[in-house]
Structure formats: structure tokens, C-alpha cells
Design a binder for this molecule. Structure first.
Ligand code: TRP
Length: 353
């Protein structure tokens, strides 16, 4: 091999059912990276899921459902190491150590934290001081621990997580500067991702917005959801000659754009081009567009639904590979934490190693 094998890490929040936005925004690039033969670590950020809960949620169940879908889509838990964050609990120890060198002002400027803060201010629930949790403020520190613990050198993330990866880089550099070269410095890499609009015409498809098309939706549900997409607006002239989805779709109303985007991803090119032509000519075609698209979506979902229900893809088989993969990452994780303890002066654990 000429180039050093890259160590790639990315985290996924356990959300249960997965939708097309998740697929084209993240899963597809995870599968592509695995196919390129890189060493990939993908973990389920279940500790992170706890930063926003206000009541008990069955995070384990959501993790298992999500992983069954990932496996059904082609992510391979033998080639890629897929584990749960909480099965590598030394991540929490590393986060504690990194927290000692992380500046609070820096965390308060984090976008996720700032957004939550301003939402609170809007609803004027101020009252008893700042009600946000220590865990939420520390979200980026935990994320830095996730990345640094496996000595990842590439972290593929979407735009919304970029700032967090940059914070991880800062923390690692500060650690090395203060305590000597201990941590590998990662870099953020752009994820080859698309942001899909929601079926309701919102800019983004998102679980909490209830506007998703799901990978496990059966043909009836698919048709119902697609038929419900609002297409009453008359086509506006497309003031571009190009048929490239990236040029054409932004000129359409969001909800219509959502249909065209899905068509461009799932149907053969001539089908997509035919419907772009119809749009240009202002023909009446939304009915056929919807039934045609629904067929392609159902065709796409069919093997995923089958894979989800396959006899070798049960909750128990998911638990088995999680167990095996946790065993695989633990030595790397412990070695990183131990070397940080040593570098900071408390010395290695006396019972663990
Ligand atoms: N915060 C990420 C998200 O919401 C998930 C995540 C947690 C992550 N730790 C990470 C992503 C480490 C990349 C690297 O999408």
C-alpha cells in the first residue's frame, strides 16, 4: 500500500426509524467509505442522546432498530467497527480529563448550546438561573473524547457538526501543548451529503418535524405520504437551460423540489428528465409524477424492509456484534486514556492495565 490507511470515525445519534434525509445525508457516505476499504469506526452516541432527554426514553431499543436498518442498507459490522458509545465507558473518563483544559467561555459560544439558550430566552423560562444541563454544555468535550479516543484522523460530518470537530482539534492541540505530544490531531472532512427538503415543504427533512419519508415505509404509506405533498402552485418558469438537479430544484417550491430531488436520486435519468420537461412546458402532470415517484421509492424500500426482517438481523444478532465490536475498540480506547492520565501526572490506573 502506498498511502497510510485512514482511521475514520463518525457518530450517529440513536433515532430509531430512519428516513431518506438520514440516508442521503449520512448513511450513504458511511457505506461508501466502508466500500473504499478504510478502517471505519461508527458509534451510536447514546450518552449524547441523554443531553436532551426530559423523560425516560428507550435509547437501547432505538439503537437496535436503527442498527437493523443500517445493516439492511449495507453497513457491515464486520468490516466497519460499529459500537455503542456507552460500551466504551473510558470515553467518559477521557471527557472528564479533557474537561480540565476546556475553557467555559469557549463552550458557551458553541452553536448547539447558544441555540438552546436563545430558544429558552424566547420562551422566557428564565427564572432560576440557567436551566440547561452541565451535560449539554459539555457536549463538545464528550464529542472530542469520542474522536480522540480512537485516534481518528478523519471525521466526516455534516455542516452542523463542523464546529464541534474544530473544538475537538483545539482541545487536542491544547492538551499536547500543555502535557506533551499525546493525542493525534484529527481533521474534519466534508461529507458527501445532500440536505433533503421535507415532504411538508420545510427546508430540511427531520424526525421532529414529522415530514419524513422513511426507509421502512410500506408501499401504501409511501403512496399516501407522496400524494399528500402540496403541489397546488403552478410551475414557475425555470430560468435555466440546465437540467442538473442542483440548478433546477432550487428554483422550484420546496415541496415540489422534494419530489424532484427524490426522483433524481431514485429513478433512471431519462425518467427524471422527462418530468423536468413536463415542468418546463407547464403541463398537468403532478398526479403521474407522484405515482411514478411512489413506485421508485417503494422499489428502493423493498430490499431494506426485507433486510430489516431477515432472520440474521434480529435484536439479538445486533447485541452480539455490538458486544464483539466493543471488545475490539476497548484496547485502543484504554491505551489513549492511560496515556493521557500519564501525561497529566496522575499516572496510569493501578488496577486496570
Ligand atoms: N453530535 C453528532 C450529531 O449529532 C454525533 C456525534 C457524537 C459525533 N460524537 C461524534 C459525530 C464524534 C462525529 C464524531 O450528529
Amino acid at each position: 500500500m502506498t498511502s497510510k490507511q485512514e482511521v475514520i470515525l463518525s457518530g450517529i445519534r440513536p433515532t430509531g426509524r430512519l428516513h431518506y434525509g438520514n440516508y442521503f445525508g449520512a448513511m450513504k457516505s458511511f457505506i461508501d467509505l466502508q466500500e473504499k476499504g478504510h478502517q471505519c469506526f461508527y458509534f451510536i452516541a447514546d450518552y449524547h442522546a441523554l443531553t436532551t432527554v426530559t423523560e425516560r426514553v428507550d435509547i437501547l431499543q432505538q439503537t437496535i432498530d436503527m442498527l437493523r436498518t443500517y445493516v439492511a442498507c449495507g453497513l457491515d459490522p464486520v468490516r466497519s467497527v460499529i459500537y455503542r458509545q456507552s460500551d466504551l465507558p473510558c470515553t467518559a473518563e477521557l471527557a472528564l480529563l479533557l474537561g480540565m483544559i476546556t475553557n467555559i467561555g469557549h463552550l458557551e459560544r458553541g452553536t448547539t448550546y447558544k441555540d438552546k439558550m436563545s430558544k429558552l430566552a424566547e420562551s422566557s423560562q428564565g427564572g432560576e438561573g440557567n436551566p440547561l444541563s452541565y451535560g449539554l454544555l459539555g457536549y463538545p468535550v464528550l464529542m472530542a473524547a469520542d474522536i480522540l479516543i480512537v485516534r481518528a484522523n478523519q471525521v466526516p460530518v455534516g455542516d452542523d457538526q463542523r464546529q464541534h470537530v474544530e473544538m475537538a482539534i483545539d482541545i487536542a492541540q491544547k492538551f499536547n501543548h500543555r502535557f506533551g505530544e499525546t493525542l493525534s490531531i484529527p481533521r474534519a472532512v466534508e461529507r458527501n451529503a445532500l440536505r433533503l427538503p421535507g415532504l411538508d415543504g420545510a427546508a430540511k427533512m427531520g424526525k421532529s418535524d414529522n415530514n419524513t419519508l422513511d426507509l421502512l415505509d410500506d408501499p401504501k404509506t409511501v403512496l399516501k405520504k407522496i400524494k399528500g405533498v402540496q403541489t397546488t402552485t403552478d410551475p414557475e418558469p425555470l430560468d435555466t437551460e440546465s437540467n442538473d438537479p442542483d440548478m433546477v430544484i432550487p428554483k422550484m417550491p420546496y415541496s415540489v423540489g422534494a419530489l424532484y430531488r427524490l426522483l433524481s436520486l431514485l429513478a433512471p435519468e431519462d425518467v427524471y428528465l422527462d418530468f423536468v420537461g413536463k415542468y418546463r412546458r407547464g403541463e398537468k402532470f403532478y398526479g403521474t409524477l407522484k405515482t411514478t415517484l411512489a413506485e421508485y421509492v417503494s422499489k428502493f424500500n423493498e430490499p431494506i424492509i426485507e433486510g430489516f426482517n431477515a432472520p440474521n438481523n434480529t435484536p439479538d444478532s445486533i447485541k452480539d456484534f455490538l458486544h464483539e465490536n466493543a471488545k475490539k475498540v476497548t484496547p485502543v480506547g484504554l491505551e489513549t486514556v492511560e496515556s493521557c492520565r500519564q501525561a497529566m501526572g496522575i499516572g496510569r490506573s493501578l488496577y486496570r492495565a
